[in-house]
Ligand binder design. Structure first.
Ligand code: ATP
Ligand code: MG
Length: 245
């Protein structure tokens, strides 16, 4: 295992990912500082999901490297990679991906059980309380609203106290008000707990919750904005789409 000292929670170096004849990522150099909240934006097909999957160790790059907490992923065996992911990475999807037959509490407990731990009821209760769902522990996903399901998914992703939480359009399936609740929660993850958040979104308002927005076009970085406002993000996106046409 190669370890390098750096203040980045995740560092991508010359990252390329080719799917058959499609170049999804074409040489991306990017660092996500520890304790920061970054939004990733870009037109459909620009490589955002591919970037997130590679950065989270869910997909292997064709070339280039990914380091999480200073540990380079290239060269790790599947087993070491799985362990590292389990310890350091949380992932939230647009469609929640909860197990429908399990209660909210059981869904949240799942990552710890997979790691061979038997979590206490207090630990699960605290995780659900943190996302405002202490009173829904025994509900199955089918009896929860979309926003509540996403909050369960966030509690599940955070139960292992990962250094980095990735979200691929985590508010994409939610209405505006519910989406804002989820975004406030992600903001808290960095502000209160010092964890790192990386979120793909198409929504300039969602992106404005981040400390920084990075833009992708055709698998390459196409600028970034610090301290973004929804208006500046929207203007940047309009500019990118005009160039892409
Ligand atoms: N498994 C795959 N096999 C073949 N091509 C793929 C695969 N996954 C992604 N691609 C291609 O790679 C490119 C980037 O895809 P990706 O899903 O990363 O885009 P995206 O920016 O997340 O798009 P969207 O906003 O629509 O979710 C696209 O051209 C896509 O068709
Ligand atoms: Mg995508």
């Amino acid at each position: 295992m190669t370890t390098t000292s750096s203040g980045a929670a995740v560092r991508l170096t010359a990252l390329r990912r080719v799917h058959r004849d499609v170049t999804a990522l074409d040489g991306v150099d990017l660092a996500f500082p520890a304790g920061s909240f970054t939004a990733v934006m870009g037109p459909s097909g620009s490589g955002k999901s591919t970037l997130l999957q590679c950065a989270a160790g869910l997909d292997r790059p064709t070339s280039g490297s990914v380091a999480i907490g200073g540990t380079a992923l290239d060269g790790l065996s599947e087993r070491r990679l799985t362990l590292l992911r389990r310890e350091r990475v949380g992932f939230v999807f647009q469609q929640f991906n909860l197990v429908p037959s399990l209660t909210a509490a059981q869904n949240v407990a799942l990552p710890l059980r997979l790691a061979g731990r038997r979590p206490s009821r207090a630990e699960i209760g605290e995780a659900l309380r943190r996302v405002g769902l202490a009173d829904r522990a025994r509900h199955r996903p089918g009896r929860l609203s979309g926003g509540q399901q996403q909050r369960v998914a966030i509690a599940r992703a955070l139960i292992t106290r990962p250094a980095v939480l990735f979200g691929d359009e985590p508010t994409g399936a939610l209405d505006t008000a519910t989406g804002r609740d989820v975004l406030r929660m992600l903001r808290e993850v960095t502000d209160r707990d010092g964890q790192t958040v990386v979120m793909v979104t198409h929504d300039p308002v969602a992106a404005s919750y981040a400390d920084r927005v990075v833009f992708l076009v055709d698998g390459r970085l196409a600028g970034e904005l610090a301290a973004p406002t929804a208006e500046r993000v929207a203007a940047h996106m309009t500019g990118l789409e005009a160039v892409a046409c």
